[in-house]
Design a protein around this ligand. Structure first.
Ligand code: AMP
Length: 263
């Protein structure tokens, strides 16, 4: 499963992605946030961190070639084989075109929020220094400890009004053309809603759509190939974990098998 989340800074990408990962942990998708990777480099004082620091502080985009190399390297690591969710990449057309050469994608979620909402969210955002959990002052007041890990909550240096305005301008100029780019490929899914819960529900529904499509493809391939059926049986006999639907499908009655294949 290969997924991208588009959305202005503060549109709630991180929160929605975390919900998806928690709910569908079975799929072992890897969350790749280019912003988090860059912040870690800055913290560690690496060469990349030193290069990226001033861009991040001013709310400017790191040059395309730097970020494309970073993502290419990350996507070549073995842990992403089961699938990934890209958060904060691509942000320009050049990055989106480079990504086409690196991998195909199943779906691109575009979280739609107004500028007003973004400014409200980012200017009141508090982030956990240890685990990255996100809070809002409207909810936590002046409380400064993370509920999950007790880490210190801090205000990101780029969450100030001047930088927020820069990031929003940059987003509208550089990143919004990606919406048309992915629309023309037929993999764009626009999501908006009044509450996080409503958005989460829509995202999860669409995600299930991809799961069903994949299972259906697998079933079709397997049941039209006796050798694949034999291998699947062998794998199960050896105790491999196989998706619930596939497992059911390997002990089918003619009726249940037809149902799985026709999902
Ligand atoms: P984020 O945490 O996604 O809001 O990213 C924070 C900052 O990291 C951005 O304002 C940029 O300076 C930099 N950054 C993250 N992802 C990218 C990207 N795909 N291209 C260029 N710069 C990026």
């Amino acid at each position: 499963m290969k997924i991208v989340f588009l959305g202005a800074p503060g549109s709630g990408k991180g929160t929605q992605i975390q919900r998806l990962l928690d709910k569908f942990s079975y799929f072992k998708l890897v969350h790749i946030s280019t912003g988090n990777i860059l912040r870690q480099h800055i913290k560690d004082g690496t060469e990349l961190g030193q290069l990226a620091q001033s861009y991040l502080e001013q709310g400017q985009l790191v040059p395309d070639e730097v970020i494309i190399d970073l993502v290419r390297g990350r996507l070549s690591q073995p842990d992403v084989e089961a699938g990934f969710i890209l958060d904060g990449f691509p942000r320009t057309l050049a990055q989106a075109e480079a990504l086409v050469k690196i991998t195909d994608l199943d779906m691109v979620f575009n979280l739609k929020v107004t500028n007003r909402e973004v400014i409200h969210r980012l200017s009141g955002r508090r982030t956990c220094r240890e685990c990255g959990e996100i809070y809002h002052v409207d909810v936590i007041g002046d409380w400064m400890k993370c509920v999950k890990c007790q880490g210190e909550l801090f205000v990101r240096r780029d969450d100030n009004l001047k930088t927020i305005a820069n990031r929003l301008r940059g987003y509208r100029k550089d990143t919004s053309p990606l919406v048309d780019f992915y629309k023309s490929q037929g993999i764009l899914c626009n999501v908006s809603g009044k509450s996080r819960e409503e958005i989460a529900e829509k995202v999860q529904k669409r995600f299930m759509g991809i799961v069903v499509k994949e299972v259906k493809e697998d079933c079709k391939r397997i049941f039209s190939d006796p050798e694949a059926v034999r291998q699947l049986d062998d794998a199960m006999a050896e105790g491999y974990r196989i998706g619930e639907k596939l497992r059911k499908a390997t002990q089918p009655t003619p009726e249940s098998m037809r149902r799985v294949v026709d999902l």
